[in-house]
Design a protein around this ligand. Structure first.
Ligand code: BEZ
Ligand code: FE
Length: 292
């Protein structure tokens, strides 16, 4: 197209592209460029602002490593990750939530009732529940992975003072789909804000805090794998999660109790828990693979 104008440039772009090579790529790219052009027109984006955006992406690339992906973080804080996630998982099972950058593979296996708290300081949490179908039937071959921060708000791979795999485990559920773990109450923490995403948060007066949570991945043959988080109902950051991960069904009451009779009978630590402790009951509902 020779005479490109403000009004014709979007169509000019589309004229260059063929729908036949890959129809889905065409659909996604068409919509994205249409929205980008509309955004530039609507805001009358200046040259300096456009350059600032490109500089943001350059800096995100510069700070990214195998362990730190600033683009994923940018997607998280703009709600893109959660939006894609919610659109892709509209079903009756437990809601999914962001994976986050602190998951590592190879966490040690604990038996049902196992002790994840070990030498960690903090309030004891006893969490138990079942992995089940939408109809309530147990899913007996499920494996649960759990990872969380220590009381100082840091994951083991952020904190040299913690042993490798501290507060990380996998657990194969029993015949009845049941799991039970003793651990520590997680703490709220700030997402990494020393890079361009931190600048973005500060530029709009936002906070970098995430409400305290336990991360879970639940996997079972024939079911959609679930990546999710469980939040504490008393957390001050529930309504302002920097990455939009909170869903109604993922908010749990951490019930403070001194009742030792309420402890599950199969805990590795027996009744040797500090009192008061917190009890959390949480079931994971998985949907069959074909429902995705
Ligand atoms: C996390 O919960 O570990 C997390 C999620 C998204 C961004 C940063 C951290
Ligand atoms: Fe986290």
């Amino acid at each position: 197209m020779k005479d490109v104008t403000i009004d014709t440039i979007t169509q000019a772009f589309l004229n260059y592209c063929s729908e036949d090579t890959d129809p889905r790529t065409y659909t996604v790219l068409k919509s994205m460029v249409e929205h980008l052009h509309a955004f530039v027109k609507e805001t009358e984006l200046t040259h300096d602002e456009w350059m600032r955006g490109l500089q943001f992406m350059f800096e995100a690339g510069q700070i990214s490593t195998q362990e730190r992906n600033e683009f994923v973080l940018a997607s998280d804080v703009t709600g893109l990750s959660s939006l894609v996630d919610m659109i892709g998982s509209q079903h009756e099972g437990t809601s999914s939530s962001v994976l986050g950058p602190f998951h590592v593979t190879g966490a040690p296996e604990l038996p049902v009732g196992g002790d994840l708290k070990r030498d960690n300081e903090g309030n004891t949490v006893v969490i138990e529940g079942h992995v089940k179908t939408v109809d309530g039937a147990p899913i007996k071959d499920a494996v649960i992975e759990l990872w969380q921060t220590a009381t100082n708000g840091l994951y083991s791979n952020q904190d040299e003072a913690q042993p490798e795999y501290n507060l990380r485990c996998s657990m194969k559920v029993g015949e009845d789909g049941r799991y039970a773990i003793t651990t520590v109450k997680p703490s709220p923490y700030k997402i990494p804000d020393d890079g361009p995403v931190g600048d973005l948060l500060r530029a709009t007066g936002r906070n970098a805090w995430r409400p305290s949570h336990l991360h879970f991945i639940v996997v079972a043959d024939g079911y959609r794998s679930l990546v999710t988080e469980v939040f504490s109902s008393d957390d001050e950051y529930l309504d302002t999660d920097a990455v939009f991960g909170v869903r109604d069904d993922l908010i749990m009451e951490y019930k403070e109790t001194t009742d030792m009779d309420a402890l599950p009978t199969d805990l590795e630590v027996g009744t040797n828990v500090t009192s008061p402790y917190y009890k959390v009951d949480f079931d994971f509902v998985l949907v069959p693979t074909e429902a995705s």
